[in-house]
Design a protein around this ligand. Structure first.
Ligand code: IPD
Length: 266
């Protein structure tokens, strides 16, 4: 680690934190009350709310005003600007939870330098939690350093697997079966970015998802790297341009989990 981060990147992280804070407040104000989902289906069980578009437009405009030379990619709008540095946003990750007035969702904004994730902000306002990371300078939850868990024994571990309609039921069930055969405690919480952040903070020992997208993971990748987690080569395996598989885990459970679910770490 060099003594000081690049001023350009450090400034961008601070700006991103402020913009995402405002976006998260907007999302909280627009959140539907508890009850049946308010929104529309993009595809089977894939929800879209009015807030997704509003938050993405807000962040896109603010980043363009602050950093007109940077690229921008959003879950809803795709790649709208190009640049050697590129912001990647998921305006509401965990939309299925958000649409029902639940708390497990977040605004996720990652920064890529070319194909390298270099910084990320994940703001979960209903949980009162903000994760930040800058490559080489640590990962933080509400300003306090975080690291992956020390758990080694799968029988004491908690592993989450993400679900979406993009994956055939038989594949999901096979992987879940393999996870549970290890004696782990399973979870599936409906917000990939927060699940990956949970691996970074030690709240989970591992997370897998068979098909997940760049906007779900862009902010979490620097967090995981800085927290000492191991991560399968998501970007190299197609994640830069389409849906790909991810496995993230603490460094002890990682190899055991990777073998059990046949998702190589290298
Ligand atoms: C989804 C969530 C979910 C994951 C899906 C994602 P969205 O993102 O992160 O946990 O399993 O793969 O599509 O639709 O809420 O932004």
């Amino acid at each position: 680690m060099s003594a000081l981060p690049s001023p350009a990147l450090a400034y961008r992280l601070e700006a991103a934190r402020a913009v995402v804070h405002d976006a998260a407040r907007m999302a909280m104000a627009m959140r539907p009350p508890p009850g049946g989902p308010q929104g529309e289906l993009k595809s089977a069980q894939d929800w879209l709310t009015e807030t997704d578009g509003a938050v993405e437009a807000f962040i896109a405009q603010r980043m363009q005003a602050l950093f007109p030379e940077d690229g921008f990619q959003g879950e809803e709008g795709g790649v709208s600007r190009t640049g050697s540095l590129r912001w990647v946003v998921d305006p509401i990750d965990g939309t299925s939870n958000y649409a029902r007035g639940r708390c497990r969702w977040c605004v996720s904004l990652g920064l890529m330098d070319g194909d390298e994730p270099v910084a990320g902000v994940i703001d979960a306002p209903a949980l009162g939690e903000v994760y930040t990371a800058l490559r080489g300078y640590g990962a933080f939850l509400n300003g306090k350093p975080i690291k992956a868990s020390p758990i080694k024994d799968p029988a004491r571990s908690m592993i989450e697997m993400g679900w979406s309609g993009r994956v055939p039921k038989s594949v999901f069930m096979d992987k879940m079966d393999a996870i549970m055969e290890l004696g782990t405690m399973p979870r599936s919480g409906g917000c990939g970015a927060l699940a990956l952040a949970d691996v970074a903070s030690g709240r989970l020992d591992g997370y897998i998802e068979i098909v997940i997208n760049l906007w779900d993971v862009a902010a979490a990748l620097p967090l995981l790297a800085e927290a000492g987690a191991v991560v399968s080569p998501f970007l190299q395996n197609g994640g830069l341009t389409g849906g790909a598989t991810i496995l993230a885990a603490n460094p002890h459970i990682g190899p055991v989990l990777a073998k059990a679910v046949s998702i190589p770490l290298e």
